[in-house]
Design a protein around this ligand. Structure first.
Ligand code: IPE
Ligand code: IPE
Ligand code: MG
Length: 236
C-alpha cells in the first residue's frame, strides 16, 4: 500500500446525491438509495484497507422526515434490511456498530435491530462504524443538555468536556475529515459540535458513484492540509 501521509483517525461522511443519481437514470429516488447502500460497503472496505477504522455515516437527518412518505418508508426498510444483512460480517471483522440520533421516532423493529447490533458488537475494537439515523447536530446538543440536567448536573458550571461527554458520540474521537458528496457546501446539521476543527472535503461525485478511488483522493487531499487549530503555522 502506498504511503498516504497523515491519515484521519475518524472520517464523517455526508452521503448525498442518491436522488440526483437516480434522476439521471430516469429512476425513482429510492433506486438511488439502494445504490447508495452498495456504495457504503465499497467505501468501508476501502477505508479499512487505507488504515482508517473509524467511520461515521450520515444516513437520515432529523429534517429528512419532510420527504415523501414512500421515500421515508423505503429508507427505513433499507436500514432494517442492511443492518440485518451486514451485522454478522461486521462483527466478524471486529467492528463496533453504533447508531446515533433520536431513537424514539424509529420503528420498534429498527430500534430492536439497532440495539441487538450494538450489544453484539459492543466489545469490538478493530473498527467503529457509527450510523446517524434521525440525527441532527442541534437535537444532539439539546439532548445532551437535557440528559445532564436530568442527572442533576450544575449547568451554571457546564464546561466543554462535560457537554462532549453527554453527546451521542461520547467516547468517539472528533472527526478529522468530513466528506460530502454531490457538491453542496453545507453541513446540513451533521456533527455540529464534533466537527469544529474537522477538515472539509466536498466532491461533485454522487454518493452511489463514490468508490475506493474517490476515498483515496479525499485522503490525499487531507494529507496535504495544514491543520492549525487556531494556532500559527509550524516553522519548517
Ligand atoms: C442522500 O441523498 C440520502 C439521504 C439524505 C437519505 P439524497 O436523497 O439527499 O439525494 P439528492 O440530494 O436528492 O440528490
Ligand atoms: C444531508 O443530506 C443528510 C444526509 C445525507 C442524511 P440532505 O440531502 O438532507 O441535505 P440538504 O437538504 O441538501 O441540506
Ligand atoms: Mg440531498
Amino acid at each position: 500500500m502506498a504511503d498516504l501521509g497523515a491519515l484521519p483517525a475518524h472520517i464523517g461522511i455526508i452521503m448525498d446525491g442518491n436522488g440526483r443519481w437516480a434522476r439521471q437514470r430516469g429512476q425513482r429516488r429510492t433506486a438511488g438509495h439502494r445504490a447508495g447502500i452498495r456504495a457504503i460497503r465499497r467505501v468501508m472496505e476501502a477505508a479499512d484497507e487505507a488504515g482508517v477504522h473509524n467511520l461515521t455515516l450520515y444516513a437520515f437527518s432529523t429534517e429528512n422526515w419532510s420527504r415523501p412518505r414512500y421515500e421515508v418508508a423505503t429508507l427505513m426498510r433499507l436500514f432494517e434490511q442492511t443492518l440485518q444483512e451486514e451485522v454478522d460480517e461486521l462483527h466478524q471483522n471486529g467492528v463496533r456498530i453504533r447508531v446515533i440520533g433520536r431513537r424514539e421516532q424509529l420503528s420498534a423493529r429498527l430500534r430492536r435491530l439497532v440495539q441487538e447490533a450494538e450489544e453484539r458488537t459492543a466489545g469490538n475494537t478493530t473498527g467503529a462504524l457509527t450510523v446517524a439515523i434521525n440525527y441532527g447536530g442541534r437535537a444532539e446538543i439539546v439532548d445532551a443538555v437535557r440528559a445532564l440536567a436530568r442527572a442533576g448536573a450544575d449547568l451554571t458550571q457546564l464546561d466543554e468536556p462535560t457537554l462532549a461527554g453527554a453527546l451521542y458520540t461520547a467516547g468517539l474521537p472528533d472527526p478529522d475529515l468530513i466528506i460530502r458528496t454531490a457538491g453542496e457546501l453545507r453541513t446540513s446539521n451533521f456533527l455540529l459540535w464534533q466537527s469544529a476543527y474537522a477538515e472539509l472535503y466536498v466532491t461533485q461525485t454522487l454518493w452511489p458513484d463514490f468508490g475506493a478511488a474517490d476515498l483515496l483522493a479525499a485522503l490525499a487531499d487531507y494529507a496535504a492540509r495544514q491543520r492549525r487549530f487556531g494556532g500559527v503555522p509550524e516553522l519548517d
